[in-house]
Design a protein around this ligand. Structure first.
Ligand code: GLA
Length: 431
């Protein structure tokens, strides 16, 4: 049922051989940046407001095989996207969204996939890191999972950061890499997101829920009490993570939905802060105390009131959820995840019809503790925590029911691949 140790030897082999073919180096010289995808069970859409979020990585993600290029050249190929990416480490200076977009139309680089590598270089330069050489690399994501709401973009950005740092013998702490990845996304790509994705990818550990306070950047890892060992799959685990795919794919940066919701949250914060005499504080909902929110929420227009309600209720769900998780109470943890899903739909008003249908199907599926959209909810998949003994039944129920409501999208999903099981994993690193 799709549970396996990731990355497999074959996956490592594939990227190493591809780097050898392009660079002519020895296979033993190829290093691999391993950067997992992530899920966020609780704490959706509050990271950009300085809220507290929870996340974990899964045993799927990005492999970037590379060798130092020996000079300033960067040469990259991708298993998923067409076109070669070539640039020099001294030529990236300005954010992509300020660059004339016509450059990309002329390029043979499918969907501008090289922009994450350029963004990583931009972030390292902006962060004061001095690079003396580029890389020759080959990047490959777990099959069928790009654009799935599992944060493949942060996983890609981090893989490039780790590769450039390794090739240049620069040691950077996970906390500093969180900030560098933020520069790629906010600074270079123009997405106004928070630090949830990269924090999960850089800090997570097997069987743990990673809890991040996005205002202070403090984090804790909370191990599930019934989880034993690392990533080996022989031991029985207390839950399975089910991913149910909608078949919808498009990049977050191409839709105004994400950034416009961030702007609405900031506007709600601005009104609440100025009504309560705190107008000098940065307009982020984390700067509004809960009792100030209660006292002044009547000042907000209906849509802004819903965004603020999502923020404050989601923060509470995260805190409740951490307690439930830490005591091994998956039933309560699951109920909070499902309420988080509902608040994303009703208050944050994100998601789309196929994802909402999938969410509702998952709530009825056997053995499901709780479910919600993964990621921003504008595409991709829903996640659910499931009792291991009912996992197979849950999967076939979801496949069957989704096909009934979305026959067209379901037919693009390739049978079994519509539902995937995965395990909690560790953090990104270079092998
Ligand atoms: C995307 C963003 C994150 C976060 C989630 C929603 O993945 O990149 O910063 O806001 O959506 O929780």
């Amino acid at each position: 049922m799709g549970t396996f140790t990731w990355p497999s030897e074959q996956e490592f082999d594939r990227v190493r051989k591809a780097v050898v073919a392009t660079s002519g180096c020895d296979e033993g010289d190829v290093r691999v940046a391993v950067s997992p995808y992530r899920i966020c069970p609780l704490g959706a859409h509050i990271d950009h407001q300085g809220g507290t979020v929870s996340a974990m990585t899964i045993n799927r993600g990005i492999l970037l095989g590379f060798v130092p290029s020996g000079d300033s050249k960067v040469l990259l190929q991708s298993a998923q996207f067409a076109g070669e990416v070539r640039f020099r480490i001294d030529e990236i200076k300005s954010p992509r969204y300020l660059v004339d977009l016509k450059n990309h139309v002329k390029s043979d680089e499918e969907c501008g996939w090289g922009n994450y590598a350029r963004g990583a270089l931009y972030a390292l330069q902006a962060g004061g890191k001095h690079l003396h050489q580029g890389i020759i690399g080959y990047i490959c994501g777990s099959e069928g999972l790009d654009s799935s709401g599992l944060s493949s973009s942060a996983a890609v950005g981090i893989a490039y950061l780790l590769a450039f740092e390794s090739a240049n013998n620069i040691s950077v702490s996970p906390i500093d890499n969180i900030e560098l990845d933020r520069l790629i996304e906010n600074g270079y790509l123009g997405l106004k997101n928070g630090i949830l994705d990269q924090s999960a990818i850089l800090l997570s550990n097997y069987g743990c829920l990673t809890c991040i306070n996005c205002k202070t950047k403090d984090y804790t890892l909370i191990k599930h009490p019934q989880w034993h060992g690392g990533q080996e799959i022989k031991r029985s685990k207390p839950f399975k993570i089910l991913l149910a795919f909608s078949g919808l794919k498009h990049a977050l940066t191409s839709k105004p939905g994400y950034n416009s919701r961030v702007a609405e949250c900031r506007e709600a914060a601005r009104i609440l802060l100025s009504s309560s005499g705190n107008g000098s504080l940065e307009p982020l909902l984390c700067n509004v105390l809960p009792d100030v929110y209660e006292a002044y929420k009547g000042e907000l227009e209906a849509n802004l009131a819903r965004r603020a309600e999502h923020y404050f209720s989601e923060n509470n769900r995260v805190l409740e959820g951490l307690k439930a998780w830490g005591s091994g109470n998956l039933e309560d943890f699951g109920k909070l995840i499902s309420s988080s899903g509902l608040s994303s739909i009703k208050n944050y008003e994100c998601g789309c019809e196929p994802l909402i249908q999938l969410y509702k199907i998952l709530l009825r599926a056997p053995g499901v503790f709780g479910a919600r959209f993964s990621g921003a909810g504008f595409r991709g998949c829903c996640l659910a925590f499931v009792a291991p003994e009912l996992a197979a039944e849950a999967a076939s129920y979801v496949r069957k029911e989704y096909e009934k409501v979305q026959p067209q999208l379901a037919s693009q999903l390739n049978g079994d691949a519509a539902v995937l099981f995965c395990e909690a994993w560790g953090s990104a690193h270079v092998v």
